[in-house]
Design a protein around this ligand. Sequence first.
Ligand code: PMP
Length: 288
Amino acid sequence: MALCWMDGEFMPAEQARINVMDHGLLYGDGVFEGLRFYGGTVFRSQDHLQRLFDSARAIALNIPYSLQELNRAIESLISQSLLSEGYIRLIVTRGVGPLGLDPGQCKKATVFMVLDELSLVSQTVRQSGLSLIVSSVRRIPNDSIDSRVKSLNYLNQILARLEATSAGADEAVLLNQQGFVAEASTENVFIVKDRCLLTPPSSDGALAGITRQVLLDLAQDQLCTREQSLTSYDLYTADECFLSGTGAELLPVRQVDGRALGQCPGPVFQMLQNKYHELVYGAQLREA
Ligand code: PMP
């Protein structure tokens, strides 16, 4: 059962209520984080909370809690849930205010969290790999909303996903205005080419993904790693391609725009997935 935390109170998510005058709902004015916990502990909680506070600062939104207070709320939510593994969506909106965009009319940010189990992709697709399309929908340019801001505005990613679904694919890759790969709708993109692990820089429109950084760190002593601009050509001709995200975790890609990739799941994917599992479940595995 999904559980909610709102202003210090815990309740079943279905009983939680949002004011219809909340600017998060009216205008998508707000920021959020998606966190996963394994063995009762949030993976990289400091990184997620720091990114939330940075996103909020970038849009001049004041979070009425400290990072430590939110961390404690997350820990209590997990213990209330009695789950050892799951996902938490932490949302901060501009708050309640009159109609009209003016954020100055919203006196206090609304902060809430929802905890639930989350499995975004079937086990079959997880094993056989995803089929991707390169979407005609472009990533919002960084000079409009910097891609490092994890904002509540996902409409262009949603349009890209609709395009993927109607093309019979599992996921969409969004390019930026210059035609370089930005990211997938809710994951970062990696390719392996000639023993190098490559991923687009956030200046090309990628979220500074936390899983992405973990993978770059894990791969560092095994192969060359680089942030590099990529085009659809690079995806089509990659030795391996895969996606990363907190919700999705690691997902191998089997084809892009109908072009089959050499190896899926490839050796670098498998090596990184093993290391990733060791990292997130490591403490438990060692205790067992
Ligand atoms: N890009 C986008 C647009 C996302 O929403 C997400 C998170 N779901 C990611 C990338 C992956 O980031 P992280 O690894 O920090 O979850």
